[in-house]
Design a protein around this ligand. Structure first.
Ligand SMILES: [Zn+2]
Length: 280
């Protein structure tokens, strides 16, 4: 029935009310709320977008970190804060060498609010080898929180070589890594989860779910999550479309599998917060 409704909804044959009843709650595992967003998208406007998109809960990080704290303060039960190493003068190209990094992270982590460190970038596998990055893996382990990492497969392998017990949320499932690489990574690293922001066109080219990705979801139903990645302000302008893009391929999965990827996997890792509909 639910699949039928999804198909009918796609054809525009269902009323809005019927669609809303069946609409999957979403946990968006990749939100940024950077300084440029604050004025055009004050918190009330951001939460209104979440409401309209059916996004019940989010993992948020930002440059600087104050944006994350603002969203969390506005609705603590709906926002999972993740601590970004980036701030004035420190970004994707130099954070792993930043002499002040460890003090900065340790100071902020004392609040106990954060459930992860990231999202950070490792474009060059060698950058995973600095003393700072090793300490970041230790901080995550000590606090039992996750690393949210934007990289290809090789830097992920390096991080697990440094600390096999660390838990990693692999941003964009490697961004350009094909299903044939993502699958073995999930098999080899049991503490690896992924979110698929930016990957809707790979998962469902031309709108139809790709067989290799479908097989991957069926083989690893508990390792995938949804994300939008609002890394620039324009992404908030297309936020509803970004979520709809994910809903379109989720609707092609068996309902139980779609529920896991849409929100149940994220809830298993990060809790349901104040959102009762996620605990059902
Ligand atoms: Zn990213």
């Amino acid at each position: 029935m639910r699949r039928l409704i999804a198909v009918l909804a796609g054809l525009g044959l269902m009323t809005a009310g019927a669609v809303a009843q069946e609409r999957l709650p979403i946990v968006d595992a990749h939100v940024h709320y950077g300084q440029n967003d604050w004025s055009p998208y004050p918190p009330a406007k951001v939460f209104e977008l979440f409401d309209r998109a059916g996004v019940a809960r989010v993992l948020a990080s930002s440059t600087p970190d104050d944006g994350t704290l603002t969203l969390h303060r506005t609705d603590p039960g709906r926002v999972v804060p993740v601590l970004r190493p980036y701030r004035a003068g420190v970004g994707s190209g130099n954070w792993f060498n930043d002499p002040a990094l460890v003090d900065y992270l340790e100071g902020r982590l004392k609040s106990g609010l954060y459930r992860g460190i990231g999202e950070f970038h490792l474009f060059d596998p060698a950058h995973a080898g600095t003393p700072q990055v090793k300490r970041v893996t230790e901080l995550a382990l000590e606090r039992d929180i996750y690393l949210h990492v934007h990289s290809g497969a090789e830097p992920i392998r390096r991080l697990f070589a440094i600390e096999p017990r660390v838990k990693i949320l692999w941003a964009h499932a490697g961004m350009t890594e094909p299903a044939s690489v993502v699958g073995p990574m999930l098999e080899q690293h049991r503490n690896l989860w992924t979110e698929v922001s930016f990957r809707a066109s790979a998962i469902a080219p031309g709108g139809k779910i790709d067989a290799a990705w479908l097989a991957l979801f069926e083989k690893h139903p508990d390792r995938f999550m949804i994300g939008t990645d609002t890394y620039v302000t324009a992404r908030w302008g297309s936020y509803l479309e970004l979520i709809e893009e994910h809903r379109a391929w989720l609707a092609q999965l068996p309902r139980a599998l779609a529920e896991r990827i849409a929100y149940r996997n994220a809830v298993a890792l990060f809790g349901a917060g104040s959102r009762g509909e996620l605990a059902k």
